[in-house]
Design a protein around this ligand. Structure first.
Ligand code: OAD
Length: 233
């Protein structure tokens, strides 16, 4: 069996990372995304944008993968034993899937632990704070490095690869995502249009819950391991 999973901020919530939306404390309730997550915001106030991502990068060093991330590692092993495969497509810029042990994770919204040089297009691992005085290790330009995350108004990475994986699947599962940000939110419709079974695992019904064939609601650390365990060997 081939399974594609789309993960969102909800899978990392119990690790201690805030989601963007939803009940209680959330990033876009506290901060204005138009001032922090657009190319225009970075041009206007690069220090402020760097500070926002520096805070999030520092926090990422302190948190750990949770039972939901680990369950997806077990799922990949379980599927592989029978000649199947798991494709993880994530909107998350954290690296908790990789830290749990998942490989080949498609980060369609980029990665917080990477920088991109707007002068020479270098993409490199960057785990420390980033600022306007930093120099690109490849071209030497100063002040041209930005977090390698996809901002509003920018094209996500790897959508062709993600779409191919989804349409080749037997099952598409969305985990911990509100289904509000496109094109990622459109993957469930793509799956449904190709006859792929669809399943939502989330704390509460997403914006596009009605497109899914089935759903289970609860904490990711409980419902994701339970779903993986229930899948027949
Ligand atoms: P959101 O913050 O929009 O949605 C998080 C979802 O996770 C909500 O539907 C919650 O109900 C659910 N949730 C919260 N805690 C949970 C838990 N413990 N277990 C299971 N589910 C839980 O996050 P995304 O859908 O990932 O983009 O957001 C999509 C994009 O919007 C992000 O990648 C980011 C943001 O703006 C960019 O920055 C470009």
């Amino acid at each position: 069996m081939k399974v594609s999973v789309l993960t969102g901020a909800g899978i990392s919530a119990e690790s201690g990372l805030l989601t963007f939306r939803g009940e209680g404390e959330s990033l876009w309730a506290k901060f204005n995304p138009m001032e922090l997550a657009t190319p225009a915001a970075f041009k206007a106030q690069p220090e402020k944008v760097h500070e926002f991502y520096n805070l999030r990068r520092r926090l990422l060093h302190e948190v750990k993968a949770n039972a939901a991330h680990f369950a997806l590692v077990r799922l990949a092993e379980k599927l592989a034993r029978k000649g199947g495969e798991l494709n993880i497509i994530t909107q998350n810029v954290d690296d908790l899937h990789e830290r749990a042990g998942s490989s080949h994770v498609l980060h369609i919204h980029g990665e917080l632990m990477q920088v991109k040089c707007v002068a020479c297009d270098l993409v490199a691992v960057w785990t420390a704070d980033l600022g306007v005085k930093d120099r690109c290790p490849a071209c030497g330009e100063v002040g041209r490095l930005r977090p390698n995350v996809v901002w509003f108004g920018e094209m996500p990475y790897g959508m062709d690869e993600a779409s191919d994986a989804v349409t080749r699947s037997d099952l598409f599962v969305a985990i911990g995502t509100s289904g509000t940000v496109y094109p990622a939110a459109g993957l469930v419709e793509l799956a449904a249009n190709h006859g792929v079974r669809t399943y939502e695992l989330n704390l509460a019904p997403s914006e596009n819950y009605c497109v899914f064939d089935e759903a289970r609601y609860g904490l990711a650390t409980e419902i994701v391991p339970a779903w993986v365990d229930a899948l027949s060997d």
